[in-house]
Design a protein around this ligand. Sequence first.
Ligand SMILES: [Zn+2]
Length: 423
Amino acid sequence: MHPNSVLGGPIFITRYLNTDQAVARNVPRCHAALLTANFATTDRFANLVTVIREGCERLLVDPVTHSFTYPGFLDKSTYTALPYAPDNVISASTLLGNAAELRSVVQETLSFQQELNADILIAPYFYARDLDDPRLRANIRLISESRGHLGAGDNVPPLFAMICIGGVVLDSPPQVDDLARQYLELDVQGYLITVENLDDRSASAERLMGLAQLVSRLQVDRDIVIASIASYGQVLTALGANGFSAGVGWLETFREASLQPGRIPFAADRTPRAQYYYIPEILSYVHPDELQTLFDSDTGSETMRERWCQCDVCQGNTLPTEVGDKKRHFLLRRHQEMHELGSAAPKYRPQHMRQRLEEALELANIIEEEALIRIPTEHFVRWIAIIDTLMSTSRSAPTDVDPAELDRTIQEARRRPDDTDRP
Ligand SMILES: [Zn+2]
């Protein structure tokens, strides 16, 4: 993290959903929150918007302009009510050819965020599937235009760029380099990075490494937030990002398919998953049935019972059953995780995170032995390998990582937990 950082960190930026009003009201004031702009277009969510605004030190408003190149937004009244929503689907190429229209999109998008008292402005953006996608060029123009519109100086709010990109770009180190180069030329104070359909548990080591390298390239004198990511967001924060953002209790992975018409609304799609319980010691969410088994006094894990969560919700002896309590527990523990990461000096943070991953691997093995519950951990092996590879190459250019070396490191990391002989 650089000395002039806007956001500081390490931070977790909460992205609240329309169902989260009670949760947002009942947690301590947070460092930063991300509000989805369309929530502010209807009176139904007016109280939610107020609670979010008052509950955070810094507000960011995602302008959700990426939805406008897909017909799905036309079915959603909160999207079409955005003052900068087009009458119909727009194409990036058409927008690039119409300077007046492009300027108007920029002005209205930024004004809307300023009316909501956003502390950091996000330039309008589109999803770019790959580097040849004309929407990438449009994004660069929209950001330059945003800077031109805002001007520069001490009274101008910080401007961030959203890099909303297809995962395929991350699979290629030269493309990561090219993408970073294009965005580093822009006059912005920070970046939000969203990778389409990225699941940090199933993503390949190459793709996760590509994301780490993008963070590494961009962090020189800019802020970086990874948007909508689970625990790998903590690894990236340890590697130099300011922090990451996700929903309460579950992430809000961006999927291109969700922008198409006729998609199930978020809340209906998510409700069952909000029942999961987050256990930071294993960096994992546990299904409600398994949770009962895990903490059962006869058949459960003695080790987990000894590590019962001490947060205000669980208090060392209960497990939340209501969704709202599970979410509060999640937020309290997530902020604690970020605080602990921040307690380590920046150069020791990768080691701190690596140690947590090693401990999670070990604890998952113990849980399987004691309670016969299998916690998936293969992704931790990949994450450890990425930390090790980046630490061993940190003196050379970060994009010089040899894929064969990453493979070797994964093999080594995979062997390690099996080699530890526990009594
Ligand atoms: Zn708790």
